[in-house]
Design a protein around this ligand. Structure first.
Ligand SMILES: *Cc1c(COP(=O)(O)O)cnc(C)c1O
Length: 431
């Protein structure tokens, strides 16, 4: 179980930091002073590129006013397409298959409105009960919008005893009654990465349209969405993509579906050359851009563009390699230093590299919430996902191995001293 590549000493951590080919990227980010920031899976940090990119747009707004739509550099009118095609290589899509638009949940609504056509016996939606709440809310409301009852039409596959969701169980649930499946690439709590290729093949054998929410993988795990034949996907811009709080998200539509009518239409989905004809007959662009609804938020898209440039610059394969090495190191340290009493942490995230995303979930039967609170007090920014999980996400772009090693020492000291017992066990509004 133990990985012999790693060592437990601080010297060891310092040594791999010195050899790290991506270490130079840390300087491009603004790290909250005195903190060890391990929540790049929740809100990626601000980079100097995002600051420059936003300042550029503000200056253009000042200087050009409305002329910025065509005279900005790049022109605002094409900014969403621009950011989308730049992001396409991160997920293995063609440039016109990705658009920067909407938000994660909004894009689920947009895609499901387009692809979910309950008819005859095929009326169901398949999802995973361990998926993020908002995704499930969107699916329930989409079913209700068709005049159907989600209690009958939404099939949720539960995780196994080890808290991971078995691909086999998902496959078994794919039958002729299922019209559409929406699954996460990586589960937000456990960090488990699903086998997308296998699930797409299984879904298509049964005639099911399948989409993925890649919020917890985009920007840290490379994908091959087009080659795998994924029908649609969407993901968040503010996590590993470093687009800033509430930044625009991304939507991928497989090119074989460009001829379909977008379920939610709006003028920014028009063929660009015809948009300002303002015809009442909507002709959508034959690209993912056809699924836009409204004017893109240019300031948010500019911030997104900055984060994206850094990821492209570092290279998604190098990012993935370092991410796996960092999470492997963290799992190694957790096994060695946190698994026995009184620490009693268990690694929930899969140990096989090909089955995990960018974060590590550590479970503890008691007091995980208060231990996380103590970590925050000590400046280690992590979070808690009930009932018993602390999530730690080392970013390959701005975290160091030494920070991971220090985090593990902090957890040991918190348990040794019992200092967490002074903290309130009450949850906060944002945990
Ligand atoms: C982060 C995340 C969201 C966030 O949704 P918004 O609509 O962007 O607020 C939704 N689903 C998943 C799986 C996420 O990880």
């Amino acid at each position: 179980m133990e990985d012999k590549r790693y060592g437990t000493s601080f010297e060891y951590a310092g040594e791999i930091d010195r050899r790290d080919p991506l270490s130079g990227y840390r300087d491009q980010f603004q790290i909250p002073p005195g903190k060890i920031y391990l929540l790049g899976n929740s809100l990626g940090l601000i980079s100097s590129r995002s600051v420059d990119s936003v300042e550029n747009v503000m200056e253009e707004w000042r200087r050009l006013g409305i002329m910025g739509w065509l005279e900005g550099d790049p022109p605002w009118f094409y900014l969403a397409e621009d950011a989308g095609s730049a992001a396409a290589s991160l997920v293995g899509a063609d440039p016109d298959e990705v658009i920067c638009t909407g938000s994660t949940t909004y894009n689920i609504h947009s895609a499901v409105s387009t692809f979910y056509k309950p008819a005859g016996k095929r009326t169901r939606i398949l999802a995973a009960s361990d998926d993020f709440s908002s995704d499930i809310y969107a699916l329930k409301s989409q079913i209700a919008l068709r005049g159907l009852d989600w209690r009958e039409e939404l099939i949720l596959v539960d995780p196994e005893e080890n808290r991971l969701t078995a691909e086999e169980k998902l496959e078994e649930a794919m039958d002729q009654k299922v019209a559409l499946a929406l699954l996460p690439s990586v589960f937000y709590r456990s960090g488990q990465l699903l086998d997308i290729g296998r699930l797409v093949s299984a879904a298509h054998r049964e005639g099911i349209i399948i989409g993925f929410d890649c919020s917890h993988s985009a920007g840290v795990v490379p994908h091959s969405l087009s080659r795998r034949g994924v029908d649609f996907a969407l993901w968040c811009g503010y996590k590993y993509m470093c687009g800033g709080p509430g930044s625009p998200a991304f939507l991928y539509i497989n090119s074989s579906h460009f001829g379909r009518e977008p379920g939610l239409a709006g003028w920014f989905g028009s063929i660009k050359e015809k948009q300002f004809e303002l015809s009442l007959d909507f002709e959508h662009a034959r690209s993912a851009g056809g699924w836009q609804v409204s004017s893109p938020g240019i300031i948010g898209t500019a911030a997104m563009r900055g984060g994206l440039e850094l990821i492209l610059d570092a290279g998604i394969d190098r990012i993935r390699e370092k991410s796996l090495d960092m999470t492997g190191y963290l799992i190694f340290l957790a096994d060695r230093m946190l698994s026995e009493e009184p620490y009693s942490f268990e690694v929930v995230t899969p140990r096989q590299p090909g089955r995990r995303g960018g974060h590590v979930a550590l479970a503890r039967a008691e007091d995980a919430f208060r231990i996380k609170e103590s970590l925050i007090e000590r400046g280690v920014i992590s979070d808690f996902r009930g009932p018993d999980i602390i999530r730690l996400a080392p970013s390959p772009l701005y975290n160091t191995y030494r920070e991971i090693r220090e985090t593990v020492s902090n957890i040991r000291e918190i348990v040794d001293s019992g200092e967490y017992r002074d903290l309130s066990p009450e949850g906060k509004i944002i945990s």
